[in-house]
Design a protein. Structure first.
Length: 236
């Protein structure tokens, strides 16, 4: 899902001379269509695996175009799902919704009704987007049970941890200096910085109810407290 730090991670991956990393490759290839699906993603991944850039790069990949169902199936790729505290994801969504709508269509009505007895059909458009993002976050945490690697963007502020994740994704050892420069430079900060309790308090009463209902089991799987900020890694 969006606003996880994917643009930052793509820039960091691409900073190594032996790595080529695109960002939102499926969206770029599907444009000007306003949505893309399973077939579009598989078509892009096949293209990515086939086009090796004439051997110019040791590692070639993309950030922002894989879903957990593909990550579990693509054994020839090193994959992971990038995560961020759900309150911050939702805060960015609410702050930018007026001028930045989701690229993918919202199709979670049946799932929300079956699992949480929530009827999206009676909701306003912004609440439908809010519920969609809650569902996507919850479903991504289930990926851990299928062996899909999950990366918390908050942990990437620790240089040693970040270097380990980069090595997993690319098979290449990065210069710590590249990571440290990236950590000091934010990318696409589109919402006013706020503490988690402030963000949750800014939700409408219905949004707070949904937030707790859908994520009360999912968020702790990733070590997130729904109402508290993520503590920085030791030594940071």
């Amino acid at each position: 899902m969006g606003s996880t730090g994917s643009a930052w991670l793509a820039k960091l991956l691409n900073s190594h001379p032996d790595v080529f990393c695109s960002h939102e490759g499926v969206a770029a290839r599907a444009y000007p269509a306003r949505s893309y699906g399973h077939a579009d993603i598989l078509r892009f991944l096949n293209w990515l695996a086939w086009d090796t850039m004439h051997g110019a790069y040791t590692a070639i990949g993309d950030v922002g175009s894989i879903w957990q169902l593909h990550a579990a199936a693509l054994r020839e790729f090193q994959t992971a799902v990038l995560m961020r505290h759900p309150a911050r994801l939702l805060n960015t969504r609410l702050a930018t919704y007026a001028h930045d709508r989701s690229f993918t269509e919202i199709e979670t009505d049946a799932d929300l009704r079956e699992v949480w007895d929530i009827d999206m059909s009676a909701c306003e458009p912004l609440d439908r987007v809010f519920l969609h993002d809650l569902f996507i976050f919850a479903s991504q945490t289930w990926a851990a049970e299928r062996g899909v690697r999950l990366i918390r963007i908050e942990d990437m502020s620790d240089t040693a941890h970040c270097l380990r994740e980069l090595a997993h994704l690319t098979g290449i050892d990065y210069d710590p200096g590249l990571v440290e420069r990236a950590i000091r430079k934010r990318v696409n900060q589109r919402a006013q910085p706020m503490a988690i309790p402030q963000i949750v308090a800014s939700f409408t009463p219905r949004q707070r109810e949904w937030y707790g209902l859908v994520l009360r089991e999912a968020a702790p799987r990733l070590g997130y407290d729904l109402n508290c900020d993520v503590p920085p890694p030791a030594g940071v």
